[in-house]
Write a protein that binds this ligand. Structure first.
Ligand code: DGL
Length: 270
């Protein structure tokens, strides 16, 4: 049963969730979107697990009260691999999470050498380890957590220059060659990273298949709340909410408008 003009809350620590939002918007242009970036706590990748659980459960609860979304998409691997059980226990609103796309990567790889780029938080989660054991047991998996890559993606979207050499150093450890086989598939297990996909493709030591989870999440949204049901909403009905006004620069406002989010607000959550 499809909902007419559903309200969908898309959430991330920062700007990475925009890579998920744009795929969902293609599938449901008739939905109203509230995009929430918890930039006051960015990056999530380094936060202790108890702090992250408390923060996300509180923040999402506040947003559910204020915006009454029909669906919440946690467009953040670092949060999804940890906080989803607590969110589902606390609220009746349906949630869709974003978890490392290890299953499709294992299905894609022919060399059986798969790289995973993830934040330190996602890389160390039991959830991630379990996915690797379940779906990629016969693959050599190189999981690498570049400390600054999510921040570089944010800087890129703010219109700052991002150095190719720094990006190459961030992704290079996932490219290995052994016994005449080499990495052929790379999982982008942080929603920030697809913001730099053009640069990755240009700089990569050799071509690989890059796995971005966003199209699969958009399909899941349609499974859960149905396909398009009505005319597209005006972009002015969507909003981008930030928990801090730091770094809300004019180039970022322009970038957000291109993602269909011309209305930008700072929210206070205690
Ligand atoms: N975009 C987030 C993810 O998918 C995390 C970035 C961060 O805050 O560390 O994991």
């Amino acid at each position: 049963m499809s909902l007419a003009h559903p309200v969908i809350l898309v959430f991330d620590s920062g700007l990475g969730g925009l890579t998920v939002l744009r795929e969902i918007q293609k599938a449901r242009p008739d939905a109203r979107y509230v995009y929430l970036a918890d930039n006051a706590f960015f990056p999530y990748g380094d936060l202790p697990e108890t702090v992250l659980i408390d923060r996300v459960v509180t923040l999402i609860g506040e947003m559910i009260t204020r915006h009454r979304p029909d669906l919440v998409v946690i467009a953040c691997h670092t949060a999804s691999t940890l906080v989803l059980p607590a969110l589902r226990a606390a609220y009746t609103t349906p949630f869709i999470g974003t978890v490392p796309a290890i299953k499709p990567a294992a299905e894609t790889s022919r060399s059986r050498i798969v790289g995973i780029l993830a934040t330190a938080g996602t890389a160390k989660r039991d959830y991630t380890r379990a996915l690797i054991a379940e779906f990629a047991g016969d693959c050599k998996v190189i999981i690498h957590s570049p400390m600054q890559l999510a921040a570089r993606a944010e800087a890129f979207l703010r219109g700052e220059r991002v150095d190719d050499a720094a990006i190459l150093a961030d992704i290079a450890p996932c490219f290995i060659e052994e016994n005449s086989r080499r990495t052929d598939t790379l999982v982008l297990a942080c929603t920030h990273y697809p913001l730099l996909l053009d640069a990755f493709k240009r700089i990569a030591p050799w071509p690989v298949t890059w796995i971005d989870p966003a199209p699969a999440i958009a399909r899941r949204v349609v499974q859960l709340i149905g396909a398009v049901m009505g005319a597209p909403v005006l972009a002015s009905e969507n909003s981008a909410l930030f928990t801090s006004d730091a770094a809300l620069t004019p180039p970022l406002s322009a970038a957000l408008a291109e993602f269909g989010l011309p209305v930008i607000k700072t929210v206070t959550v205690d």
